[in-house]
Every structure is written in C-alpha cells, then in structure tokens.
Write a protein that binds this ligand. Structure first.
Ligand SMILES: Cc1ncc(COP(=O)(O)O)c(C=O)c1O
Length: 306
C-alpha cells in the first residue's frame, strides 16, 4: 500500500519536512534490524478525531526497547504530546501513526549499545489494510510453511523491526498462493498468528486465542477484543491451540491495528463453517466499530485530539 505523504515528521526532537526525514546508510538499524516500532490509529469518530489505545501502544514500545537494553530518550507523555501535535499540524482527521526507535550511526558491529538511540514519528492517511470488503465478507487465509520464532531465539513480545523478516516470508508466501493472509504455526506446530494480526477461533460458543507463550505479539486489539468478549459473558481461553481446530472451527477472525476485526472465511481452501462471518465475529465487530467509528467509548480507550 503506497504511503500518502504528509507535511512533517518528528525526528529526534524536531519537526522536519517529510522528504528531509533521512538516516545514514551506515546506521546500525539498516544492517542489523535494531529498530522497535508501533502501529497506532487515529479515527475520525462521530465525536471527533481520536487515537485508539495510545497509552498501551506506547507502553509496548517502551517494553519492546527494554528487552533490547535500549532506553528511549523521551518520556512517554512527551511522545504522546508529539503525536497529537503531529496529527493536528498535518491536518489529519484519521491516520496511521508510526513511532519508530532505532539504533543510529556510530559504531559498526554487533554490539548496539554505543550507537545513538533515535526516535521518529510519522503520521499519514490510511484506509482499511485488508480492504473494506474483507472486513465485511472475510478473507481467504493459508497456513504458512514458515513457522514463527521459536522460544529463546528472537523474542516475539518485542515489536522489533527484525521480527518482521518472519512476517515478510509469511505474507509473500500467502500472496503467491492466492491467499490474502498467512496463518503461521509456532515452533511446535500449534497456531500462532498472522503476519501482522492475532487470531481468534470460535468453537461451540467458546473463544480461543493463542497464549502469549505461543510466539505471538501481544496485540493491543487482541486485548481489547478479549475485554469486549468477557464483558459480553463469552469465555475467552488463552491457550495453546492445535492447528486442526482451524479445520473444525465455527468461526475464525483476525485482529490488529491494521486489520481491525477481519473475519476469516476460508483456510487452505476449506470453508470455515458456512464460509460467512459468524455471530461472535459480528458481535465483536459491532462493539469495536461502535467505539472507533461512533466514538462511544465505555472503556476510556480513545484519546480525543481536541
Ligand atoms: C506480528 C503481529 N501480530 C499481531 C499484531 C496485532 O497487534 P495490534 O493489535 O497491537 O496492532 C501485529 C500488529 O502490530 C503484528 O505485527
């Protein structure tokens, strides 16, 4: 999806022109994947522009860097203010927000700790990632031949740039096989997640999602969905899930900042139930879109920018 240019990007404490937000080719991040980032959304709700789950996203960014012994040289409330200012000064009502922290130019070698910690935040207009049609009718997904990262290799709780080499292989393979998205298994062959989404499975009225020990990114949308379901009196079980449950599920859906709540109607060419989004998926969509589109926010998940 092409990036729609905005006017300014915030970089290391300054608002710079979009085209001037550049880094040196010998920056550590370019060679060794040493970056950590977030994907956040600002919605044009009926009650005004509002960012969904700003604090939890920023908290995950600080957690992601901490795992790599990296300290962000700004306070969380400073970055919060920058994000709001960026959205306003770029005249955006709804947008995607991309904070990124990376190890910059300095030494060359594997030890990152002597390289500067740089921070940039960009915002730009963005539509549905997998398309409006996908949110309404669901997508075809395929089980990837690429498994997610094994425990004690690369930590999946950190949203690090380098982790997305795995996601890229999953996504490329899915598209080459004619699927909109790939579902990856973990190192033990149990269900993990999509290339950029968490996964939920409905079976006999209960909802299952892989646990944080199943090589997933702990999604912010995932947490929101778990809360919504529990408040509806529906059991959500975070557990290890064998892949064959995907073949006999009543409903499957994926969640993420980009994908929002996307039903999965078919996996490896086999229909999920009747191949249409099911009642629990629709209920979650209704509750979620009531928050981000209508601005009805019983949980305090929205940060209104005015
Ligand atoms: C690998 C991966 N899993 C899950 C998610 C969903 O996370 P969130 O709901 O926080 O966007 C993302 C998106 O950031 C992701 O990249």
């Amino acid at each position: 999806m092409p990036v729609k240019k905005s006017k300014t990007i915030w970089m290391n404490g300054k608002f710079v022109k979009w085209d001037d937000a550049k880094i040196h080719v010998l920056s550590h991040v370019v060679h060794y994947g040493s970056s950590w980032f977030e994907g956040i959304r600002c919605y044009d709700t009926k009650k005004g522009s509002a960012i969904f789950q700003l604090r939890p996203h920023l908290q995950r960014l600080y957690d992601s860097t901490k795992i790599y012994h990296t300290e962000i040289p700004y306070k969380m409330n400073e970055l919060e203010k920058v994000i709001i200012k960026l959205i306003k000064s770029n005249n955006l009502k709804s947008c995607y927000i991309r904070p990124v922290v990376y190890r910059g130019y300095g030494e060359m070698g594997l030890n990152p700790l002597n390289n500067p910690v740089e921070v940039a935040i960009a915002v730009w207009e963005w539509k549905a990632y997998l398309g409006e049609e996908s949110i309404k009718n669901g997508i075809n997904a395929g089980i990837s031949s690429w498994q997610r990262l094994a425990p004690n290799t690369i930590p999946t709780m950190s949203k690090a740039g380098g982790n997305y080499l795995s996601s890229q292989l999953i996504k490329i393979e899915a598209l080459e096989n004619g699927f909109a998205e790939g579902i990856a298994l973990d190192a033990y062959g149990n269900v993990s997640e999509g290339s950029g989404e968490n996964i939920f499975i409905v079976k006999n009225g209960k909802v299952y999602t892989p646990s944080i020990a199943d090589a997933i990114l702990p999604g912010i949308t995932r947490s929101a969905v778990i809360r919504i379901l529990k408040d509806e009196g529906i059991d959500v079980i975070e557990t290890t899930i064998p892949r064959e449950i995907l073949m006999i599920a009543n409903e499957v859906f994926m969640t993420g900042t980009a994908a929002e709540i996307t039903p999965v109607c078919c996996i490896n060419h086999q229909k999920i139930d009747n191949g249409k989004p099911g009642p629990i998926t629709k209920l979650v969509q209704e509750k979620f879109y009531n928050i981000v589109r209508n601005g009805e926010d019983p949980y305090g998940w929205l940060t209104f920018i005015d």
